[in-house]
Design a protein around this ligand. Structure first.
Ligand code: SF4
Length: 488
């Protein structure tokens, strides 16, 4: 059991009035020891909760004077106070097994915990789900949840998960849906394993048995240079095109049968296949944006000033990869998007700013560059998109969120001075790249920009000189700080 520690106390909050301090350890609320921040949140939601605190060697009892439902104003250091439930699968395509050695220990944690699914949007296979878990999810209405399906064929699913329970654990998916829980599904499509006919069988199985799923994302596996699985390989261009065709065909079938598309293909498939992205409307509000579904269209719409599409890349790494542990990768899903701002046409701003501009280079992954290049076109002569090839992971890893310090440094060494370098914040977590380095370790100053189209637009409009000192960390909250009692 790890005792949660207070990491911040909001000004003028009940917690501050009660004298709580940063680094206080929270032992119990009203005599109960919560297992996680979800339970904690429910306990402190009551009126006047009594907190048992450890401060150094002292143990104190503190009563928060507050109304029921009032936010207490505390952030704590972790989301799960007992042990994170680890994954007992051994998927061939698991990205955790494909990480280079020597990274932070937390990055190697394979979680399969429904609580992290609820809090962070992590996908769970439900192979360790129990009757007690179901009761809790239904009682506390832990919705939405995110479930890895991969295949509805029991034999193929257990083979892909390398776990016999994979054959039966989708019964919990049925129970969750029957209990009214909103569930989003995911299929990690592995060429030669669960694509083509097997994918069609899975989509038919989903429409037949789980059509009350909110959405289903088809995402490609990531294959790094560090994989030891001989049968795992990237899609060919033709295979990527086949996935797009199949998904779009099933979208039409689903529209005809249940009145909504249900299934979506990841942006990466359209890039790989060289196909245009579907229009904004075809993403139905971007419910799986964090999973790489419609990111490009949302980015484009936000860049052009559609503030309702300004989702940004919700914080965290591995958004497109299965097996994403919370610690070190993701921030809670409750984070709000950018605030709406009035639309100012970029072109008119450029005219107002005059003809002289400091050159700007946008550092991004190879997929990000494929989206940004046509978006910026040749309308901004002083702006360049600089793709950063991913040597750290190698393989087919080209998403911006997996850029690391050494690769960015290598690219920056070859860049001219007198340039503003913009870096999307999605590749940072708690101010660090996946390799553990920070922007301060880069050979040139960079400006960290929120990873949505609207923020890029604002950054391009800035037009100032590059900062003397690189910012130490992104503006986003740390991934493990969880606001107690915050509305979701
Ligand atoms: S991909 Fe997910 S379910 Fe499979 S082994 Fe990795 S963490 Fe576990």
């Amino acid at each position: 059991m790890s005792v949660p520690r207070v990491v911040s106390v909001a000004a003028a909050s009940p917690a501050q009035r009660a004298g709580l301090r940063v680094d206080d350890e929270l032992l119990a609320v009203d005599g109960r020891v919560p297992r996680d921040v979800i339970e904690y949140r429910l306990l402190v939601d009551e009126a006047d909760p009594e907190l048992e605190i450890r401060r150094g060697h002292e143990q104190l009892t503190v009563r928060l004077r507050k109304e029921a439902g009032e936010i207490p104003g505390i952030e704590v250091s972790s989301a799960v106070f007992d042990r994170v439930r680890t994954c007992d699968n051994h998927c061939e395509f698991c990205f955790i097994y494909q990480l280079p050695k020597g990274m932070r220990r937390s990055l190697y944690l394979k979680d399969d915990d429904y609580r992290l699914s609820f809090l962070y949007g992590n996908f769970t296979t439900l192979t360790r789900f129990t009757e007690l878990d179901l009761e809790r999810v239904l009682t506390e209405r832990l919705s939405p949840l995110f479930v890895s399906i991969h295949s509805t064929d029991p034999g193929l699913r257990s083979k892909m998960l390398r776990n016999p329970r994979g054959a039966t654990s989708l019964r919990w998916l049925r129970a969750l849906l029957d209990g009214g829980i909103e569930v989003h599904g995911q299929i990690v499509v592995c060429p030669g394993v669960n694509d083509a006919g097997a994918l069609e069988t899975t989509l038919a199985g989903i429409l037949d048995e789980y059509s009350d799923l909110a959405t289903v994302a088809c995402v490609p596996l990531g294959v790094s240079d560090h994989t030891t699985e001989a049968s795992m390989r990237p899609h060919t261009v033709a295979e990527a095109g086949n996935v797009v065709d199949l998904v779009e065909e099933w979208q039409q079938l689903c529209l005809g049968s249940i009145g909504r598309r249900l299934v979506y293909a990841a942006d990466e498939y359209y890039l790989l296949a060289g196909r245009p992205f579907p229009p904004v409307d075809a993403y139905d509000g971007f419910p799986q944006h964090e999973n790489g579904i419609g990111m490009a269209r949302a980015f484009e719409a936000a860049y052009h000033g559609d503030v309702t599409a300004a989702h940004g890349v919700a914080p965290g790494f591995f958004s497109w990869v299965d097996g994403a542990p919370a610690a070190g990768y993701r921030a809670p899903r409750a984070e709000a998007g950018p605030a709406p701002r009035p639309h100012t046409p970029l072109a008119s701003h450029r005219r107002a700013a005059g003809a002289e501009h400091t050159p700007i280079a946008i550092l991004t992954g190879e997929y990000g560059a494929a989206v940004l290049d046509p978006l910026l076109g040749d309308t901004m002569a002083h702006v360049r998109v600089v793709p950063v090839r991913n040597h750290f992971f190698g393989g087919n890893i080209a998403v911006t969120g997996l850029m690391t310090g050494p690769d960015i440094a290598r690219v920056l060494h070859g860049q001219p001075s007198g340039t503003r370098f913009l870096l999307p914040d999605v590749c940072l977590s708690e101010g660090r790249f996946l390799d553990g380095s920070t922007v301060a370790d880069l050979p040139r100053p960079v400006e960290v920009v929120a990873s949505d189209g609207y923020s890029l637009r604002l950054a391009l409009r800035g037009g100032g000189q590059a900062p003397e000192v690189a910012p130490p960390s992104p503006s986003r909250p740390t991934p493990v700080a969880v606001a107690l009692g915050e509305p979701r």
